[in-house]
Design a protein around this ligand. Structure first.
Ligand SMILES: Nc1nc2c(c(=O)[nH]1)N[C@H]1C(S)=C(S)[C@@H](COP(=O)(O)OP(=O)(O)OC[C@H]3O[C@@H](n4cnc5c(=O)[nH]c(N)nc54)[C@H](O)[C@@H]3O)O[C@H]1N2
Ligand SMILES: Nc1nc2c(c(=O)[nH]1)N[C@H]1C(S)=C(S)[C@@H](COP(=O)(O)OP(=O)(O)OC[C@H]3O[C@@H](n4cnc5c(=O)[nH]c(N)nc54)[C@H](O)[C@@H]3O)O[C@H]1N2
Ligand SMILES: [Mo]
Length: 740
């Protein structure tokens, strides 16, 4: 693929309007000041009308990442042991020959099912997203094994699909200004963003008089900034509290019977569970208090307030859903939203945890003519969670990749994996049980990684291919849940060192594997086609050059987007896309699964590694692993500016710290049967006693005794998934002790 060279002569400062492509819940418009092929300054959005999109701390440090001295600059092959990090420089020719040679060797020796492709969310733009290009390459090469299930939000996706038949469960953020009560239930947008303009609108909603309540084991930054009340709760027990709120509403006849009759099915069955007719246990506030740690009186008060304040937005998210029965939390919120008649209404909410709106999901690959589309795979389509058809593909759950490598067919997995090729992810660090992942990577015959940095996972590779950053190529991207705008990634600098884009790497491999006509257009031709031929953007973005120059196209909404408004306004003509055409509080599809941990109505159930597990005696603290403010997962880890923002520490309440002799700033060990990390303690009342918190994404760094000195949260988590497919990242019991 050809890309025109940028003129870097003259030593002039150029200003390039662009954006980053991180997997975070925002998308900041950026103005990069470039001189001599170097980004020397980053400025944010200068939109002068209301609706400016303020740049976050991570994007402000963008150039520190792009020009970081540890960026990988040339292809390397491993010379030491796997994981040791010893490599030597090789030529691109040798790199390509090695990778093509291994693909052919494994295919000929074991068949295509020996090849595993691991893609990820590290780069959220369209053209250079290597997942699509590499999937197509390997499909044309005869097939491959890959993962299914979204590591982020499978619980919320599952819940939304069960309950509503749709994942578009969000309102555009300005609709919060119509709310009188906003409940942040496991949602902390000051840190995880949920759309670049979310905090702005939340603050405006507060100024507008909305009462804001936060229900979270942590007193997080959003609560500290806007909440009127913090209700601390034990992890994994939200559904018990919600069931008790439903109980109060039923007992006191505070729920919206008309709404339930008209728009939902199965409330009677839910009601039987709540009142105890189903199992003999009434889900009273006192019952929920014993499980959740929240006072019965608080539960009653909130139930009444939520049921009688119209409209009210119950905002759930994905963190609590990344747990042993996570999908129940999102199903329960959606049920409460229906019981209070807030679905499809301005200032209300639908729950479901995803918050997406149907604007900005642009540049779908179908826009390109058949036969010319490098992202279109030939052969019959196999249904999967990814919206692409894959040929000869076998799949393992994303949180079981390393278990599948270790156990293969004998462990019940679809094949024996012999080689893996990874791009846009750091799954050793980011999926459950990193120590197990490290063992699995040692077992592979061959492992190749496309990367920008020598990540913990890349250290296990035989071959590391250096890729360009988003500043070194052009592309199209989007803010993932909220919009409403489209962004253009403008190439600001020429590729650094010997870096290449993943698409160029895959294209070169296609040639070597005898696959013709893989990438027939230039970068700009591709992008123009994506914009112009896309049914969503084509009619809207009529001036491609202007879009490119300005780096952004803002969509003017005549009124806020409200999920399911069409259904609520006219259910007869606009049924919900569920089998019954209604919101399914009871789901026959789920009942038919006949899975004891997947009830057809939302329920609270005890799980392994909760406070009732006998293991609790040995490991009496619940571990939370939220997303870090100063990174995007494990990305930006090396950026010193961002490290200064928030040192990596474990949050621990004085009630738990004192009996262990732990003072603020002490070095401590956090451990369970899966691993042990060394980390500094932050003794704080901002977390409920009995629970500790370590932000995910710090780099795994085991010493000779196997103690993870980097304190990667996943050294302690489990490689398991829930009945609905949620990765179990927030259900781990641990113990903490003072360091030596
Ligand atoms: N304990 C715990 N673990 C979690 C979570 C949690 O809440 N708790 N959250 C989970 C969630 S929601 C997610 S989405 C996952 C994220 O899991 P990952 O996607 O594995 O996380 P990242 O750290 O973003 O890793 C992305 C990698 O891609 C690289 N990269 C960036 N751009 C490119 C590119 O253009 N090409 C190539 N080849 N590489 C590129 C980056 O350098 C980085 O190393 O983590 C999950 N892990
Ligand atoms: N800065 C930054 N922003 C990001 C990301 C990032 O890495 N860095 N990652 C992006 C990605 S890929 C994703 S998927 C999203 C993730 O966004 P979320 O899924 O919302 O994020 P988390 O940080 O896992 O959890 C949100 C909150 O849930 C709380 N919580 C955890 N367990 C429970 C529970 O059982 N009950 C209750 N009530 N609360 C609980 C946590 O304390 C936390 O405050 O963030 C996106 N935004
Ligand atoms: Mo995610």
């Amino acid at each position: 693929m050809k890309a025109e060279k940028i003129d870097q002569s003259g030593g002039e400062v150029r200003i390039v309007r662009t954006t980053s492509t991180f997997d975070c819940g925002g998308r900041c418009p950026l103005r990069l000041h470039v001189k001599d092929n170097k980004i020397i300054r980053v400025e944010g959005d200068d939109f002068s009308e209301p609706g400016q999109l303020r740049t976050c701390l991570r994007c402000r440090a963008y150039r520190q990442m792009v020009h970081h001295p540890e960026r990988l600059m040339y292809p390397q092959k491993r010379t030491g042991a796997r994981g040791e990090g010893k490599f030597e420089q090789i030529s691109w020719d040798e790199a390509y020959d090695t990778l093509a040679g291994e693909l052919i060797r494994v295919k000929e020796t074991y068949g295509n099912q020996g090849i595993f492709l691991a893609t990820g969310g590290g780069y959220l733009a369209s053209l250079h997203n290597p997942g699509f290009a590499a999937s197509r390459l390997l499909a044309q090469f005869g097939g491959f094994v890959t993962h299914y299930g979204n590591i982020s939000s499978e619980g919320a996706v599952w819940a939304s699909l069960v309950q509503y038949g749709s994942v578009m469960v969000g309102h555009s953020r300005e609709d919060m200004l119509n709310s009188k009560l906003i409940i942040l239930w496991g949602w902390d947008p000051a840190r995880m963003i949920s759309g670049t303009n979310t905090m702005y609108h939340l603050i405006k909603a507060k100024e507008n008089g909305a009462r804001i309540v936060s229900i979270d084991p942590r007193y997080h930054d959003t609560a500290a900034t806007v909440a009127d009340e913090w209700i601390p709760i034990f992890p994994g027990t939200d559904t018990a509290m919600m069931a008790a709120m439903a109980n109060v509403m039923i007992r006191e006849k505070l729920y919206d019977r008309v709404f339930l009759d008209k728009y939902t099915v199965g409330f009677d069955k839910f009601s039987e569970y709540i009142t105890g007719r189903e199992d003999g246990v009434e889900k009273t506030p006192a019952w929920a208090a014993g499980i959740s740690g929240v006072d019965a009186s608080t539960i009653e008060r909130l139930a009444r307030e939520y049921a009688t304040t119209r409209p009210a937005a119950l905002m759930d998210c994905q963190g609590p859903a990344r747990s042993a029965m996570g999908e129940q939390y999102n199903r329960c919120t959606a049920t409460l939203c229906a019981m209070t008649g807030n679905v499809g209404r301005r200032g209300g909410s639908a729950g479901g945890g995803l918050m997406g709106i149907p604007v900005g999901h642009m540049f779908r690959m179908s826009a390109i003519p058949p036969g010319k589309n490098p992202f279109e795979l030939d052969g019959p389509k196999i249904k999967g969670t990814l919206d692409i058809g894959l040929r000869v593909v076998k799949r393992v759950h994303i949180n079981k990749i390393f278990d599948a490598i270790l156990k293969g067919k004998e462990g019940g997995y679809p094949s024996d994996i012999k080689m893996a090729w990874s791009m846009c992810n750091n799954y050793l660090n980011q999926t459950g049980n990193s120590n197990k992942a490290a063992r699995a990577l040692k077992k592979l015959e061959f492992f190749a990684v496309n990367e920008l940095f020598m990540t913990p996972q890349a250290k296990y590779a035989d071959l590391v291919l250096p890729v360009t950053s988003a500043a070194e190529r052009s592309d199209l991207t989007r803010p993932w849940p909220s919009g409403p705008y489209y962004t253009f990634v403008n190439r600001a600098i020429e590729p650094l060192g010997e870096c290449k884009s993943d698409f160029d790497i895959v294209t070169e491999l296609a040639e070597r594997l005898g696959i013709k006509d893989f990438n027939p257009y230039s970068e700009d031709e591709w992008l123009r086609m994506f914009v112009e031929k896309n049914p969503e953007t084509g009619p809207q973005i009529t001036d491609y050059e202007k879009f490119k120059r300005e780096g952004i196209h803002r969509v003017k909404l005549p009124e806020p987007i409200v999920a399911f408004r069409e259904q609520i306004e006219d259910i007869e003509n606009n049924p919900f896309p569920t089998p019954s055409g209604r919101i399914e509080i009871f789901s026959q599809r789920v009942a038919d699964l006949n899975n004891p941990i997947c009830p057809p109505i939302p329920k609270y159930m005890s799980t392994p590694e909760d406070r009732k597990d006998p293991l609790f005696e040995q490991y009496p603290l619940q571990l939370l692993t939220p997303h870090p403010k100063n990174r995007v997962h494990s990305e930006l880890y090396k950026v010193e500016w961002l490290r200064e923002v928030e040192p990596h520490r474990v949050w621990i309440n004085p009630v738990d710290a004192e009996p262990r002799g732990i003072r603020d700033g002490d070095e401590v060990y956090v451990f369970n049967a899966r691993g042990k990390v060394a980390i500094t303690a932050w003794v704080t009342e901002r977390i409920i006693p009995g629970v500790i918190s370590i932000f995910e994404g710090a780099w795994y760094d085991p010493d000779e005794n196997g103690i993870d000195r980097g304190a990667c949260a996943n050294t302690l988590t489990k490689d398991a998934y829930s009945g609905g497919g949620a990765a179990v990242m927030n259900t781990s019991l641990v113990q903490v002790e003072r360091g030596d």
